[in-house]
Design a protein around this ligand. Structure first.
Ligand SMILES: CSCC[C@H](NC=O)C(=O)O
Ligand SMILES: [Zn+2]
Ligand SMILES: [Zn+2]
Length: 425
């Protein structure tokens, strides 16, 4: 509470953030080896035991452990991903792996918001708690996972499916959230499920000068029109304030593919016999997935118009118990109350809990019924994840460390009969 940094401590914490940011872990060729080496050195400097779990060769999951005094209590997992999305360096004012600090205190790098900030803030918070002599009751684990940006199958997905994970007895997880342009921090208790699919249409080919019914292009365009009507209706709910971004189904066309290619372009006087449309759809946890699939089958890709659809990615909105994969974010969940109070105690405020509009690794934990909150402590910060000139201000970064100190302390000290008996199941 009220913890501050000496200017030396601040400089060192900022420098370690910059070091992590300078490791190029961008897809499609992330340097996971260097990230792992860096993180193991951090663990050693904190006297934390670490394990490198290589479920898939070349894709290390780093697991750090701060043992609690009461190891029978469910433990706390602080998760972050080590990979970042690609960037277009020439469109940045500072190179994306420079971690340049400008005169206003902004640190520019790919991953400065998504989410190397969080990974290093966990470590810095542990560093400060250890220095202050804090001893956790519950065991604290830190996981650094690869591949979140490409779906997490070989990262968090492999991790949660492992025996190693089951043995950890995780009771609550923290994972990433989003920056907040306002003074309140944002927090997420669920997320939309990605449905990525292609719609294919077929029709009789023919001369480019002929008007006739049932061409592949016409079939595809009728679908696109239906998709766009639905998209507009969903978007209107957001625009009018009736629903939050994460509470509607988003639908976006991500590619169109049709035509008969030539070495220099396309044949102009031939109506093609096939067309394909790619869609990124995100389904809120409380939506009716069956109704949506019916809409896809009947309106967007009706077989009566020679259309088919194929899912490339279809994440269920339900957890393993068949319930919407949501973490309770009210006072009936003690972890929620602890989080809210811990942020408050550190001088912060949470805005109303939200559904994350995209996907994070938190879904893998919620799928198992483990409570997981998405929280990246960045207030007064424009949302720049996946954007050019991604940055985080050094003061917001430092403030975030104190948020985690408070949260880790609260979670690690939480003692409750109910959760204890659950742990023994
Ligand atoms: C299907 S996993 C995709 C994960 C990705 N996550 C962050 O951007 C996303 O598109 O939301
Ligand atoms: Zn992320
Ligand atoms: Zn991302």
């Amino acid at each position: 509470k009220g913890a501050t940094f000496t200017s030396d401590e601040a400089d060192r914490a900022i420098f370690r953030f910059q070091e992590y940011l300078r490791i190029d872990t961008a897809h499609p060729t992330p340097d996971y080896a260097s990230a792992a080496t860096f993180l193991r050195a951090q663990a050693d400097s904190l006297s934390l035991r670490h394990e490198t779990l290589e479920f898939v060769p070349g894709k290390p999951v780093l697991l750090l452990k701060w043992p609690g005094r009461r190891p029978s209590l469910p433990s706390v997992l602080l998760n972050s991903h080590t990979d970042v999305v690609p960037s277009e360096p020439h469109k940045w004012t500072h190179p994306p792996f420079s971690a340049a600090l400008d005169s206003g205190g902004n640190i520019y790098a790919r991953g400065s918001q998504d989410m190397k900030c969080v990974g290093i803030q966990y470590l810095e918070a542990v560093r400060r708690l250890k220095a202050a002599g804090f001893a956790p009751d519950r065991t604290i684990y830190l996981s650094f996972v690869p591949d979140e940006e490409i779906g997490g199958t070989d990262g968090a997905g492999a991790f949660v499916a492992s025996d190693a994970f089951k043995k950890l007895g995780i009771g609550v997880v923290l994972d990433e959230g989003l920056a907040s342009p306002r003074p309140e921090f944002r927090v997420f208790y669920g997320e939309r499920s990605p449905w990525w699919f292609v719609i294919r249409s077929r029709g009789a080919p023919g001369h480019g000068a002929k008007l006739y019914d049932g061409t592949a292009m016409e079939n595809a365009m009728r679908s696109v029109e239906a998709v766009r009507r639905f998209r507009a209706a969903q978007f209107d709910l957001v625009k009018t304030g009736a629903k939050a971004e994460g509470e509607v189904v988003s639908v976006n066309l991500v590619y169109l593919k049709a035509g008969t290619p030539t070495p220099t372009g396309f044949v102009m006087n031939l109506q093609p016999s096939e067309a394909e449309v790619g869609l990124d759809v995100r389904v809120p946890p409380n939506a009716d997935p069956q109704a949506l699939e019916k809409r896809i089958a009947e309106e967007w890709a009706p077989s009566s118009r020679n259309m088919t659809y194929e899912f490339k990615q279809k994440v269920s909105v339900y957890d393993m118990f068949g319930k919407p994969a949501l973490t309770v974010a009210n006072s009936s969940n003690p972890w929620w109350t602890l989080l809210e109070e811990a942020v408050k105690n550190a001088g912060g405020k949470l805005s109303k809990p939200e559904i994350f509009p995209a996907s994070t690794d938190a879904r893998y934990f919620r799928e198992l019924g483990i409570p997981a909150f998405g929280f990246s402590p960045m207030a007064n910060t424009p949302i720049l994840l996946h954007d050019h000139n991604e940055f985080l201000n050094k003061d917001e970064y430092l403030k975030g460390i104190t948020m985690y100190e408070s949260i880790i302390k609260a979670f690690a000290s939480y003692n409750d009969k109910d959760t204890e008996s659950k742990a023994e199941l």
